[in-house]
Design a protein around this ligand. Structure first.
Ligand code: DLL
Length: 433
């Protein structure tokens, strides 16, 4: 049975959602114009005033905001409310090392937690559930967001935060946790540790996992579902917009519904900024409709993705985004070819390898070197060089056919590659360009 936290909104007719977006956008643009001089200046430079924005059709007239704007306006330049009306900040170091600081009023937190509650209920959560939140707590949004959502659903919430893996497993077992929230790489590590402790999925009561904060493949989903004996749901979000819960998966497990009462999504061509039609791959851009303290309009996420309004069997009418295939700033250009870590992951998992790998790129005598270190499972592990070479050659062929360029595969012993309790580090780019 499909469960909803706010069915009247999640399943509202598309026209009703559109009318709500139109009305909220007009109000939000006025709020930003009046209260965020940084963005008002950008609008003035583009010759746009709030009167030009009558609804979502006019969205394209507004200027974009980028991570560079966030850096320039750091820390208070994009705030939409005076400090005394804000109650929280969350922050991220960002994959590129630039700190993002986002602000929240109590109302913002309330709506953010609603979004997370929708995700938990879409994964089958009810107040009968014990929800273990193993995302990091603190400045990172994962822990606080899902913690709040879990409270709203009425789950018994276990705020373990990340780390201390054996204790996590002890709690899952002893407290009979039924829902696990963490990054997919940490879920895979928990599964691996459980196996080492001699535990099988039927010995733990987990039924669902809500995994996000990093790109993960369908193959990795299958792997986690099997090792933990659960259904694994994707959840997406970013600090700039609130945190987890910008979009979430339902029982169909085929893309994430965007909470369209709070966010408008667009897909643009990352090079020209042109808005692309539904179904075309491009960069995701979000406009937050209800955020008071940090109201970002047309924020470029750098995430590469596709949107679809195809009818969903769960009954929700919110548009769906496919799994982001990576960030445009995560994308490696190796010997001129675009390479996403998620493509490499798909090849490895399809061939039966675990999702423990590292991509090492360097430049030697003006040529890019491209190595992929891959861990063997304990079952595959052997000191027979012939066997290892055969395996390496077979993976190299798989990568060449997926990417169109050749990589050198180096198989390493189980447990060689460092595990992550949060977002995994998949790429080491040593090139100095
Ligand atoms: O990662 C918020 C979050 C926490 C989402 C917990 C889901 C669960 P940031 O640290 O600001 O926020 O990172 C945001 O992470 O632009 C994407 O590149 C990536 N990302 C987040 N969720 C997914 C996902 C949180 N489900 C950046 N699939 C985003 C792929 C994701 N990438």
């Amino acid at each position: 049975m499909e469960r909803y936290y706010q069915p009247e909104i999640e399943c509202a007719p598309v026209e009703q959602l559109k009318a709500m977006q139109d009305e909220r956008l007009v109000k939000q643009v006025k709020h930003v114009w009046d209260n965020v001089p940084y963005y008002r200046k950008k609008m003035e430079e583009k010759g746009v005033t709030p009167e030009d924005i009558k609804g979502t059709e006019d969205l394209h007239k507004l200027p974009f905001l980028t991570k560079d704007d966030l850096r320039l306006a750091y820390p208070y330049g994009l705030m939409g409310k005076p400090k005394e009306e804000c109650v929280r900040i969350q922050s991220t170091s960002g994959t590129t090392g630039k700190r993002v600081v986002a602000f929240y009023t109590q109302h913002d937190i309330d709506l953010w937690e609603d979004c997370c509650a929708r995700a938990i209920m879409a994964a089958g959560g009810t107040k009968e559930d014990v929800c273990q939140v193993s995302y990091g707590y603190g400045l990172f949004t994962g822990g606080p967001g899902l913690n709040g959502g879990s409270h709203k659903v009425g789950c018994l919430t276990v705020p373990t935060s990340s780390g201390n893996t054996e204790r996590q497993i002890m709690f899952i077992k002893d407290l009979e946790s039924t829902i696990l929230c963490c990054t997919p790489s940490y879920a895979a590590y928990l599964g691996e540790t459980m196996k080492e402790m001699g535990m099988t999925p039927d010995q733990i009561p987990l039924k669902a996992g809500i995994f996000g904060a990093e790109a993960w493949s369908e193959e990795m989903r299958q792997d986690i579902q099997n090792t933990l004996g659960i259904k694994a749901y994707d959840i997406y979000g970013l600090t700039e917009l609130s945190g987890p819960g910008v979009s979430f998966e339902c029982s169909e497990q085929s893309g994430m519904h965007i909470n369209e009462d709070h966010f408008i999504a667009e897909i643009i061509d990352p090079n020209t900024g042109e808005v692309l039609p539904e179904g075309t791959k491009g960069e995701l851009v979000f406009t937050s409709l209800t955020k008071e303290a940090f109201p970002l309009l047309r924020y470029r996420t750098r995430d590469i993705c596709v949107l679809s309004r195809k009818k969903c069997s769960c009954g929700r009418t919110f548009i769906k985004m496919a799994k982001p295939m990576g960030r445009s700033d995560d994308m490696l250009i190796i010997r001129g070819v675009n390479v996403f870590p998620s493509q490499i992951e798909a090849v490895l998992l399809n061939a039966g390898y675990p999702a423990n790998y590292q991509i090492i790129v360097d430049r030697v005598r003006n040529t890019d070197t491209f190595d992929v270190q891959v861990e063997m499972t304990p079952e595959m592990f052997t000191d027979n060089m012939g066997e290892i070479q055969k395996r390496q050659a077979s993976l190299e062929a798989g990568l060449r056919s997926m990417l169109g360029i050749s990589a050198r595969v180096v198989l390493v012993a189980p447990k060689t590659i460092a595990r992550s309790e949060g977002k995994a580090v998949r790429v080491i780019d040593k090139r100095k360009i």
